[in-house]
Design a protein. Structure first.
Length: 490
């Protein structure tokens, strides 16, 4: 099996990682190969899906050119700093350059213990592997920057959590696995040499157009701030709750990474949380922009020694860039809301119009995805307002808002059909409903039945299409189906 590895992170100083090979498993079996992604990476999907492919994707066989490493990093977890975390159950096989010229990491998650495992077994159960496959690929189809899932393999071995579960390995593809926590790891040790090397490496790899200013650290900070302002705005646009926005889950590349206790909103509420360990609501839906800026402030702190020789000047440079996040996010979120509401041109009162709708949705417990998808039809046919009003406990709440919306629409000379078509590209019909993900996982765990998983993945690959034959997958949960908590994948 041929991977055209071109490894660069493994050329960095040895303190950046630990060299470690995956642990062999008993009886690996491929349950899913992302064929389209495989072809993008220049890989043969049939070969990956074969028994020989299962040996590679489980870690039993290392392909030629692989240099397996576990990355070192630290992180703030729920606001508390942990000076050493690292890849405790993931091993980076190496880097490949896809047919689009983009360099990516190929990583095995759940591939055994590493020097960073602490007391963990380094394994993954099938549930978290399927969850990450489903949600990360759905995010990619939604057009949101994300890590990708190349394959899922069951190991033929059990893992012990609250109960005994089937073991599995996910093959994850990422622009890189460099995190804010990677910089924190070296900053905590006062390792300026490593920080300098890491900043220059990250800038060249992810933002090469910003290099050449003479201050790589400042250029990198600016780029990462901008990337995360856009990323979080896109999350909010589809009702996504990350669940654990720790600094070790904040990717320098601006991708969504580490799908543990993540979820999508059913009924809208800004304070909605799903993580079983987020009792204080730190990572609630509407709190995500504030936390992103907090994480970026921690990133800026790690770069202070590199920004300027004078400490006050360095603090000033970092503070100015991090404070830009609020403006950048507000602009990005306004663009997202305008697209969802079918507004072609920006007007000063547009953010207030969007906020007014969200307030009404919250007080009436209206489903986030269904409401915005329904607005697409209403943009083309005002008679749809009656049907949408029935989604609200108080229909007048919607109709009062709708009159404002229609006055705003009338300010633009856009054909209703064209407006509705554009809105359908901003308002998905399908997102990974929490109860549907749970059902797919349950079938796989209890019955070794991967058909619900396959169906869900296929539907979510076309989230902006109506797909009437699969319309039930867009339905909100019945009370007994509601998922109130999600759990970390460890």
């Amino acid at each position: 099996m041929t991977f055209a590895f071109d490894n660069t992170y493994a050329r960095l100083p040895s303190r950046f990682f630990a060299s470690v090979s995956p642990t062999h498993v008993r009886d690996p079996r491929v349950v899913k190969v992302n064929r389209a992604l495989a072809r993008e990476l220049g890989l043969d999907p049939d070969e990956l899906a074969s028994p020989a492919g299962a040996q590679v994707l489980s870690g039993n066989v290392l392909p030629a050119g692989s240099e397996p490493i576990a990355l070192a990093y630290a992180g703030h977890q729920f606001g508390a700093f942990v000076p050493q975390l690292g890849d405790g159950r993931a091993i980076l096989l190496g880097e490949v350059i896809g047919r689009n010229g983009r360099r990516v990491d190929i990583q095995l998650k759940g591939s055994g213990r590493t020097p960073f495992s602490r007391r963990g077994d380094g394994r993954a159960a099938i549930g978290p592997v399927l969850r990450e496959y489903i949600v990360s690929e759905a995010m990619a189809a939604l057009g949101i920057p994300t890590t990708r899932a190349l394959a899922a393999v069951v190991t033929g071995e059990p893992v012990v959590r609250e109960e005994v579960l089937p073991g599995a390995v996910l093959t994850r593809v990422a622009a890189s696995h460099i995190r804010v926590g990677t910089f924190e790891f070296f900053a905590a040790r006062g390792d300026r040499e490593a920080l300098t090397a890491l900043a220059s490496y990250a800038l060249r790899r992810h933002y090469p157009d910003a290099s050449g200013t003479g201050n790589d650290a400042l250029a990198l900070l600016e780029c990462v701030v901008h990337a995360h302002a856009n990323l979080v705005a896109q999350w909010l646009g589809v009702g996504f709750v990350h669940g654990v926005m720790n600094t070790d889950n904040t990717a320098i590349a601006g991708e969504t990474i580490d799908y543990g206790p993540c979820a999508f909103l059913d009924e809208y509420h800004p304070n909605k949380t799903f993580s079983s360990i987020d009792s204080g609501g730190r990572y609630a839906f509407a709190n995500q922009p504030r936390i992103a800026q907090w994480n970026l402030a921690r990133f800026g702190e790690t770069l202070l020694p590199l920004l300027a020789d004078d400490e006050d000047e360095a603090v000033g440079l970092a503070t100015e860039r991090i404070q830009r996040f609020s403006t950048l996010f507000a602009a990005a979120h306004a663009r997202v809301l305008r697209a969802k509401l079918g507004l072609a041109q920006p007007y000063e009162d547009d953010p207030a119009l969007g906020a007014a709708l969200l307030d009404r949705m919250a007080s009436n417990e209206v489903d986030y995805t269904i409401l915005f998808r329904a607005l697409c039809a209403a943009a083309d046919d005002p008679s749809e307002d009656a049907r949408i009003g029935n989604l609200f406990a108080n229909p007048d709440s919607f109709h009062d808002w709708s009159r404002q919306w229609r006055r705003r629409l009338a300010m633009e000379e856009v054909a209703p059909g064209s407006r509705a078509a554009a809105m359908r590209l901003a308002n998905p019909a399908f997102v990974p409903r929490n109860h549907r993900v749970a059902q797919a996982i349950e079938a796989a765990v209890r019955r070794d039945d991967f058909e619900p998983f396959e169906v869900l993945v296929q539907v979510l690959d076309r989230p902006y299409e109506d797909q009437p034959e699969s319309a039930h997958l867009a339905d909100p949960p019945r009370p007994e189906e509601r998922v109130r908590e999600t759990f970390c994948g460890t």
